[in-house]
Design a protein. Structure first.
Length: 272
């Protein structure tokens, strides 16, 4: 994988240092800040695709914001999203694409029909909102996690990092053929997950380790909320600025882990 990814290796505290402002900076927001606006529509190949949008509370149209694509699990869009907006100090734009009729994303194909939806929403957001183009992220649970891993491979030159609960990476993806850019990544998976076995998450992790030049050795990762202490490791030797973190729980099964994932993921993503 070549390094075509955007972003800085630093950790700006205000979301602006080292930012790459989009064309939409300076344009007034047409949606209310601090709440999800559901059933927005973007046209993709003549098909109306729904998505939700949440601007940060106190949205400033002159400030380039981190922008997070949040992808739901199979079923209801509204209750299968990771609630990252509840994280302490959260300050980012959230864009949440919705699969057609509440089904799963097209997460088993290297030519996923949902990649053009992602592309269209990136284009729309950059044209209409104040997006930091160097700090676009994808997070997902279950089917949304599988889709996030596809985005992290095939749109690694667009997103800076990804965060996953459960999921995996389809065998239809051939990294040497399909992946571009590098992304940082954090994975949260329960070893007792019966719907998305932990081996699937480990495969996605191992692909990212290889792409980021990491060793298979690791050290404890301690920059986590209190209820995640002792569950995470960070792998050694990764390309600077592109860490890979693995967090493993037990006895929870298939669940977005809303008591852990929002703060855990925001702590990770806000470093970039």
């Amino acid at each position: 994988m070549t390094d075509a990814g955007g972003g800085s290796d630093s950790a700006p505290v205000d979301g602006q240092a080292g930012a790459t402002p989009s064309a939409g900076c300076g344009m007034p927001a047409s949606d209310p800040p601090g709440q999800f606006v559901f059933n927005k529509v973007v046209m993709v190949a003549g098909v109306a695709r729904k998505y939700s949008l949440r601007l940060p509370a106190g949205y400033d149209p002159s400030k380039p914001y981190r922008t997070i694509f949040s992808l739901h699990g199979c079923g209801s869009h509204n209750d299968q999203l990771i609630n990252i907006q509840t994280a302490t100090g959260f300050d980012a734009i959230i864009i949440a694409p919705e699969q057609i009729s509440g089904n799963c994303f097209d997460d088993q194909s290297s030519m996923s029909k949902d990649l053009p939806v992602f592309d269209a929403l990136v284009q729309w957001a950059e044209a209409n909102l104040c997006v930091d183009k160097a700090r676009i992220f994808s997070i997902g649970f279950s089917s949304g996690s599988w889709m996030t891993n596809i985005i992290g491979c095939e749109r690694g030159n667009v997103i800076r990092a990804k965060a996953n609960v459960s999921g995996g990476l389809t065998g239809a993806i051939v990294p040497a053929r399909d992946c571009v850019g590098n992304v940082a990544g954090i994975f949260l998976h329960d070893k007792d997950d019966t719907q998305n076995p932990i081996a699937d998450g480990m495969h996605a992790r191992d692909v990212l380790l290889q792409e980021n030049g990491c060793a298979m050795t690791s050290t404890p990762y301690t920059d986590v909320p209190a209820n995640t202490t002792g569950l995470c490791v960070q792998y050694d030797g990764c390309k600077p600025g592109y860490p890979v973190v693995w967090c493993q729980t037990s006895g929870i099964n298939h669940d977005p882990q809303q008591t852990r994932s929002p703060n855990l993921f925001w702590e990770f993503l806000s470093k970039f």
